[in-house]
Design a protein around this ligand. Structure first.
Ligand code: THU
Length: 128
């Protein structure tokens, strides 16, 4: 699948974002090695710290359906700048491999590409 297509899935997923507090809506779409796409949006809570980012919603949907190998994830927030994943999401993505490509899109659908390992060098793991 072309990166642009995965970005479009993220754009579409953003429509479902539940963000009544920040009004910052995010969509994500993660691509499995076998070509399946799982989407997610951010889900906020009145107890702000319980909010879950779009990236983790997409990833957890996939993992909960037995998918563990990912080739790419796209993030779209309708922003002028490329939308970068937060530190917590980087760590959660790193759990499933540093080589996953991250397409950080802007509102025009243009994107910047980095791997999870590039975004989170020296990630925590238990094999230290
Ligand atoms: N958010 C995401 O969904 N993904 C990110 O990578 C950064 C932030 C959400 C969390 C919160 O609902 C809103 O954006 C503002 O921080």
């Amino acid at each position: 699948m072309k990166p642009e297509e995965l970005v479009q899935h993220a754009l579409k997923a953003r429509e479902k974002a539940y963000a009544p507090y920040s009004h910052f809506k995010v969509g994500a779409a993660i691509l499995t090695d076998d070509g399946e796409v799982f989407t997610g949006c951010n889900v906020e809570n009145a107890s702000y710290g319980l909010t879950v980012c779009a990236e983790r919603v997409a990833l957890f949907k996939a993992v909960s359906l037995d998918k563990r190998n990912f080739s790419a994830i796209a993030i779209f927030a309708g922003t002028d700048d490329y939308c970068s994943p937060c530190g917590a999401c980087r760590q959660v993505l790193a759990e499933f491999g540093g080589s996953t490509k991250v397409y950080m899109a802007n509102r025009k659908g243009e994107y910047r590409e980095m791997t999870v390992a590039q975004l989170l060098p020296a990630a925590f793991n238990l094999e230290m």
